[in-house]
Design a protein around this ligand. Structure first.
Ligand code: NAD
Length: 500
């Protein structure tokens, strides 16, 4: 076993030189080996980093021309594209997802950086000449100052990239607090920003846990918080951040349903269910975890899924595996505990992931793909977000029963309908109470120039991530009403100004 590497904060472009009072272990989930020891920031350290960010914004970045800011964005985009394999390898080493999947998440993040390169157009205001006689009106959008990004373990590169390029492009300084489970990818991406010419202090990384998060949520110089994580923490972050006067977008957990109508192509639906259920070991906020089969297709669809599951290889993400391990031993054990809970509640355990074989060395955090059939809405395997490779099949008699089930669920992140009936698909997209909808697309993650976000317990706040909503979140609007005085504006009139 090699000695764990120290992983620390990045402040003003450089590794933090202090000594942490508390640290946290980082593992390679495929081997179970501890590979890193992460410094956890105290509230005082977070405060120092915010001060650095505030100075960088006030003295430099917030004043810099759009042309200069855009040059940095383009340079960052090029560097990230050139080094995406390196970042992907870091993700696999600490998260466990297979390399191709890790590369996929960097690429989706890269697309947000590309979107942010268009910031001059996105920040272009409106101008109305002669709105009232000889009076012009125009709008501008200005940066907020220091903003915080707090991200989850499951997309260590992509989720930060949903926010950081847009926030920086809008002229803000950013302090990011990544997940303590897989912190290295964010450090690597932050170094690319420095290499791209971003002035020191405009982006800093603080690692930590609740203490660091609370310091960000309560500090008066943090103006906005973008959070992604589980629903209880998202709610807490939203309530605490807004109580301290910040604008907050807090994206939470999910239970995503795939509704399969009897007319669907069942082979394609089975492929989609397996890909979306077990990709990244089910640790995706857009994973399909509940498959709703409209009878009479349940038996046939389950048989096709089982057949495909038999072909999946679970193992070390650097090898030829389809699915990697779970992120930590505790999380693997928690996910595995649902296999007993589901069986005890009366669901049919069709494929038991504990019986799987794994292509890996050491003692990794593995659980092979698992399938439950005959799941009922009151069972914990349905009500809880398991966040692992466990797919539950629920059977319903009609489209209406399926829709009612989905709409009754407290989460509303993503959903999909599989059908060849355009009319049914059109009804579904209109009637379903979910923020992101796929029609024959199981993981409908919007492209970067649209915005990402769920409904109900999957998002607290009203602004989704990236796209034009991201630009609005990271700026404040101002409208200027202007006239260049001439004699026609003279005279006394105490009435409320009228347009003429
Ligand atoms: P998490 O809620 O445990 O952690 C998220 C962040 O909050 C981390 O940075 C963590 O350090 C911090 N945190 C944890 N506990 C805290 C506490 N008590 N007080 C303050 N901060 C705390 O989530 P996770 O396990 O890292 O990520 C998985 C969850 O994220 C799942 O629920 C998944 O659905 C959700 N997620 C949602 C989306 C989305 O877009 N809606 C995207 C990705 C992940």
């Amino acid at each position: 076993m090699s000695t764990p590497t120290r992983i620390t904060h990045l402040v003003a472009g450089r590794p933090w030189e202090g000594t942490a009072e508390r640290t946290s272990p980082v593992y390679n989930p495929a081997t179970g080996e501890q590979t890193g020891v992460l410094d956890l920031a105290s509230a005082a350290t977070v405060g120092e980093v915010i001060d650095v960010a505030k100075r960088a914004w006030a003295q430099e970045w917030g004043q810099l021309s759009l042309a200069r800011r855009t040059q940095v964005l383009f340079a960052f985009r090029e560097l990230l594209n050139a080094r995406k394999e390196e970042i992907a390898a870091l993700i696999t080493a600490e998260h466990g997802k297979v390399l191709s999947d890790a590369l996929g998440e960097v690429t989706r993040g890269l697309e947000v950086a590309e979107f942010a390169c268009g910031i001059p157009l996105l920040l272009k205001g409106g101008f109305t000449e002669n709105a009232s006689t000889k009076i012009d009106v125009y709008s501008i959008r200005q940066s907020l100052g220091v903003v915080a990004v707090i991200s989850p373990f499951n997309f260590p590169a992509m989720v930060p990239l949903w926010f950081v390029p847009v926030a920086i492009a809008c002229g803000n300084a950013v302090v990011i607090k990544p997940s303590e489970k897989d912190p290295s990818a964010v450090n690597a991406v932050a170094r690319l920003w420095t290499e791209a010419g971003l002035p020191d202090g405009v982006l800093s990384v603080v690692h930590g846990d609740k203490e660091a998060v609370d310091a960000l949520l309560t500090h008066p110089d943090v103006k906005a918080v973008s959070f992604v994580g589980s629903t209880p923490i998202a709610r807490y972050v939203y309530e605490t951040g807004t109580a301290h006067g910040k604008r907050v977008q807090a994206l939470g957990g999910a239970k995503n349903h795939m509704l399969v109508l009897p007319d669907a192509d069942l082979d394609l639906a089975a492929d989609a269910a397996v890909n979306a259920g077990f990709g990244s070991a089910g640790e995706r906020c857009m994973a399909i975890s509940a498959l709703v089969a409209v009878e009479p297709i349940g038996d046939e669809l389950v048989a096709k899924i089982v057949d495909r599951m038999g072909k999946l290889r679970t193992g070390d993400g650097t090898r030829d595996s389809d699915m990697g391990p779970l992120v930590t031993r505790q999380h693997r054990d928690k996910v595995a505990s649902y296999l007993d809970a589901g069986t005890e509640a009366g669901a049919t355990l069709v494929v038991d992931g504990r019986a799987g074989e794994f292509d890996a060395d050491g003692d990794g955090f593995f659980l092979a793909p698992t399938l439950f059939d005959n799941v009922l809405p009151n069972m914990s395997i349905y009500t809880d977000e398991i966040f692992g490779p466990v797919l539950s099949v629920l059977r319903v008699k009609s489209y209406d029963e399926g829709l009612e089930l989905i709409n009754a669920n407290p989460y509303g992140n993503g959903t999909a309908i599989f059908t060849n009936d355009g009319g049914a698909a059109r009804r579904f997209q209109s009637e379903v109470e979910v923020g992101m909808v796929g029609v024959n697309v199981p993981i409908p993650v919007p492209v970067s120039y649209y915005s990402f976000g769920g409904w109900k317990n999957s998002l607290f706040g009203d602004t989704h991530a990236h796209g034009i909503e991201g630009v609005h979140f990271f700026t404040r609007g101002k409208v200027v009403t202007s006239r260049w005085l001439d004699p026609s504006h003279g005279g006394l009139n105490l009435g409320f100004p009228q347009n003429d």
